[in-house]
Design a protein around this ligand. Structure first.
Ligand SMILES: NC(=O)c1ccc[n+]([C@@H]2O[C@H](COP(=O)([O-])OP(=O)(O)OC[C@H]3O[C@@H](n4cnc5c(N)ncnc54)[C@H](OP(=O)(O)O)[C@@H]3O)[C@@H](O)[C@H]2O)c1
Length: 262
């Protein structure tokens, strides 16, 4: 299927590694022009160069820390200079620290809310007018299966990402007539460095070996395994594609069946 995104201009937030980078690679493979961003200059420069060398769409990078209140202006300036405007925005962020909701200190909740929720809303708002004007836009927000089935010991993730569910659906309703879609993609357990780190933290906390932790996690997934970044990125690519023009306001799971409800 032709995804019809050759030449489209895309910004992928939090994309120096993991899911964000996987999505950027996939979109560039389909011919989209990409800006990747994150805090690690070295990793970003290497990844942008590698993406461009593969011969699809070109990738460049911006060093941008989503916890910095000035980051929206900084990213907007970079997009204006390189692309003028955006056709595709992929909202991804770093994950919050693990822990029980009841133990979360208010200042941490506030800091994470700013980074994971407010920044996403603010950055999106900057690029909507041009999408509306052109009659074509795609906003995809990466969240977590925890917004449907809260994940134990990831209280902040469950709580804060749920705010984005209401936001994305409201935006979908308000912008559907303008050809701008808003969807959310919910990873279950996709093999990335963050998942590895969470498994290690879980192993330390419980005193169980990492192999046992991972075997138990796999046993709870109907597919019997973690997903790959490529599997996740393929779903993302469809959701921001031309053929997905009538898909908006959706929460799509990419979880190997692990969410228990329908
Ligand atoms: N993988 C999964 O199965 C899964 C499941 C549920 C939810 N999620 C969520 O999906 C998101 C991506 O997951 P992942 O597994 O790809 O995580 P990851 O491997 O930790 O990658 C996170 C990305 O976010 C960037 N980042 C972190 N803090 C940032 C900041 N303050 N400003 C800008 N960029 C920042 C990191 O780059 P720098 O370090 O260079 O800044 C990195 O590129 C996370 O929010 C995660 O919680 C993932």
């Amino acid at each position: 299927m032709d995804l019809e995104i050759k030449g489209k201009r895309a910004l992928v937030l939090a994309s120096s590694r993991g899911l964000g980078l996987g999505i950027a690679e996939r979109l560039a493979g389909e011919g989209a022009e990409i800006i990747i961003c994150g805090r690690s200059e070295g990793r970003l420069a290497e990844s942008a160069e590698a993406i461009t060398a593969r011969g699809g769409g070109k990738a460049t990078h911006v060093v941008a820390d989503l916890s910095d209140p000035g980051v929206t202006d900084h990213l907007e300036a970079a997009v204006r200079e390189r692309f003028g405007d955006l056709d595709i925005l992929v909202n991804n962020t770093g994950g919050p620290p693990p822990g029980a909701m009841k133990d979360a200190k208010l200042e941490i909740v506030e800091k994470q809310f700013e980074m994971m929720v407010l920044r996403v809303m603010d950055i999106t708002a900057r690029f909507l007018p041009a999408m509306q004007k052109s009659g074509w836009g795609r906003v995809l927000t990466v969240a977590s299966s925890g917004v449907i089935q809260p994940i134990p010991n990831l209280g902040l993730s469950n709580a804060l990402r749920s705010a984005l569910v209401g936001w994305s659906k409201s935006m979908a309703n308000e912008l559907a007539k303008d050809g701008v879609t808003f969807n959310m993609l919910l990873p279950g357990r996709i093999q990335t460095e963050r998942v590895e780190e969470l498994d290690e933290a879980n192993s330390k906390r419980s005193g169980k070996s990492i192999e046992d932790i991972q075997a138990a996690a796999r046993a709870a997934i109907p597919a019997g395994r973690y997903g790959t970044v490529e599997e996740f990125a393929s779903v993302a690519a469809f959701l921001v594609s031309g053929p997905a023009s009538y898909v908006t306001g959706s929460l799509l799971r990419c979880d190997g069946g692990s969410i228990k409800s329908v």
